[in-house]
Ligand binder design. Structure first.
Ligand code: SF4
Length: 335
């Protein structure tokens, strides 16, 4: 079941770091910092909108540094949210934070207020990539924080980025394997975008940084989606959430508002290519069966996959089969 979370953005004003991709410093003055009463109001509205559905939803504090903000501010937010968790309310609270901002004492506090899911911004498990992008933490801190979170019984989410300065597909695979070895419950994959007023924007202008091409990012993300899914780890997001602010400040990089769908289309295409080769179907009329929800993914953005099939000499009929699971399909020669 899909969960519509109530989202509260917590900007980390005064963050001592300067990650290469983050424009926190330039926006922290212009973004309102939520206080307890606003959290109460947002939770009340969320509860009214979701009704009984709230029992399957969480209150989500996002922004990436929840446990690195001043402690009294963190508890103010949690105190405001906690009464909305439990019977008649939300299922729990999720937060996202830095790997070096997790301690046993912080976890005790989070648990006391009903936090049940913790996401860590890992971004990379390659030390040089972390350093070059100003993350200010090490892979070891990721491993230690992940273990602590799991030992305490929280749901663990890990976020990784692709195409950071100094990274490579090999680096991304190293990160993905290291992340999978930690056995998180969930993963998010974000291709790096160049946002105005960031160190990456300066490096782009100087010509010392080249962002990934969209096709390159889709291809790698699709493979990683398959990899994590195969390891039983849910990929709960692929690509940054589309927003007007993002589109306004975006300078370069592999952005697409339906990035996940592009990746899923790519996986279906690869599956189809494999099946056609296995069955030695080289052209002519074919019937492809997919789950109804994958029909448009199979066709691809602007029918990209269908156009490619036509160019290869296939005439295609699509059949829907609700029994087909995930991103799988069947193909047969028609007639
Ligand atoms: S992404 Fe980096 S710079 Fe931005 S708020 Fe988080 S830690 Fe600070």
């Amino acid at each position: 079941m899909r969960h519509a979370n109530v989202a509260i953005f917590v900007p980390h004003a005064g963050c001592p770091h300067q990650c290469s991709f983050c424009n926190q410093r330039s926006i922290s003055g212009s973004i309102a910092v939520p206080r307890g009463p606003e959290v109460v109001q947002t939770c009340r509205e969320g509860l009214a909108n979701l009704g009984a559905g709230a029992a399957h939803s969480q209150i989500a504090f996002f922004g990436g540094s929840f446990t690195a903000v001043p402690r009294d501010y963190m508890t103010e937010l949690l105190e405001a949210a906690a009464p909305f968790v439990g019977e008649g309310g939300f299922s729990g609270i999720r937060i996202s934070t830095r790997p070096d901002a997790i301690t046993p004492e912080i976890l005790d506090t989070l648990a006391r207020y009903g936090v049940d899911t913790i996401e860590l911004g890992v971004q990379s498990m390659v030390p040089e990539v972390l350093e070059r992008n100003g993350r200010g933490h090490t892979p070891k801190q990721v491993t230690e924080a992940g273990s602590l979170i799991q030992e305490r019984g929280f749901t663990l989410g890990l976020q990784m980025m692709l195409g950071l300065d100094g990274d490579s597909p090999e680096g991304a695979w190293h990160t993905a394997r290291a992340i999978a070895d930690l056995k998180p419950d969930q993963v998010r994959i974000y291709p790096t975008l160049v946002i105005a007023h960031t160190p990456l924007a300066d490096r782009l202008a100087q010509g010392s940084y080249r962002p990934m091409e969209l096709d390159e990012a889709v291809d790698l993300s699709a493979q990683l989606l398959e990899f994590f899914t195969g390891r039983g780890i849910a990929v709960i997001r692929l690509g940054l959430h589309a927003s007007r602010d993002l589109e306004r400040d975006l300078l370069a990089g592999p952005y697409h508002p339906a990035f996940r769908e592009l990746c899923e289309s790519r996986l279906l295409w690869r599956e189809l290519e494999t099946k056609l080769a296995e069955q030695r179907i080289t052209d002519g009329s074919i019937v492809i069966s997919v789950h109804p929800k994958n029909r448009s993914r199979l066709a691809g953005q602007r029918k990209h996959n269908l156009i490619r099939l036509a160019e290869l000499g296939y005439t295609v009929r699509i059949e829907e089969d609700p029994e087909l699971k995930g991103l799988t399909l069947r193909v047969r020669q028609d007639g």
